[in-house]
Design a protein around this ligand. Structure first.
Ligand code: GDP
Ligand code: MG
Length: 163
């Protein structure tokens, strides 16, 4: 299946949109799994010449029980432990929020495998958030638009350093 790449970030930043874009037409295989609630969706994905297994860590958003932040932390740490590379998404239009800071704090311990992606950067509305993202301590953010497919070559370049 190739190296594992996990997508993390708070709800609504565009994780599933990125997942679907990189998984492409094969996403149907994932979405059609009937009646099964899974913590992590995973599927083979491709970006240019890079083939990998992509994980969308969306499950914690809807799972009940524990408090949101505890779930976020558990899923994030599992992603760090089980994936070669972690794509940490923020919503550049919303800017850096306290929840993003929390994720960044957990991820900084393993910053060597984290790629910071400033999503929703199409047009100009993301410029402020992109600038704020530099302050997360996870290196240079990649300006990106999962919805419009912008930033894919920069993402490829970053991923190719790890896988
Ligand atoms: P998730 O909760 O992190 O999985 O986020 P989703 O992938 O479900 O996306 C949340 C919302 O953001 C949806 O309405 C998407 O259409 C929107 N979205 C995702 N990517 C982009 C993007 O690149 N630009 C803009 N403007 N909206 C986006
Ligand atoms: Mg999602």
């Amino acid at each position: 299946d190739g190296p594992r790449v996990a997508i993390v970030g708070r709800p609504n930043v565009g994780k599933s949109t990125l997942f679907n874009r990189l998984v492409g037409r094969r996403r149907a295989i994932v979405d059609d799994t009937p009646g099964v609630t899974r913590d992590v969706r995973e599927a083979p994905a491709q970006l240019g010449d890079l083939a990998f297994t992509l994980l969308d860590t969306a499950g914690w958003e809807t799972a009940g029980g524990e408090a949101l932040e505890a779930r976020m932390r558990r899923f994030t740490e599992r992603a760090i432990d089980t994936a070669e590379v972690v794509l940490f998404l923020i919503d550049a239009r919303a800017g850096v929020l306290p929840l993003d800071e929390a994720f960044a704090g957990w991820l900084r311990k393993r910053a060597g495998k984290v790629i910071l992606v400033a999503n929703k950067c199409e047009g100009r509305a993301g410029q402020q958030g992109l600038a704020e993202a530099h302050g997360l301590g996870l290196g240079e953010p990649i300006p990106f638009s999962a919805e419009h497919g912008e930033g894919l070559s920069d993402l490829h370049e970053a991923l190719a350093r790890y896988i």
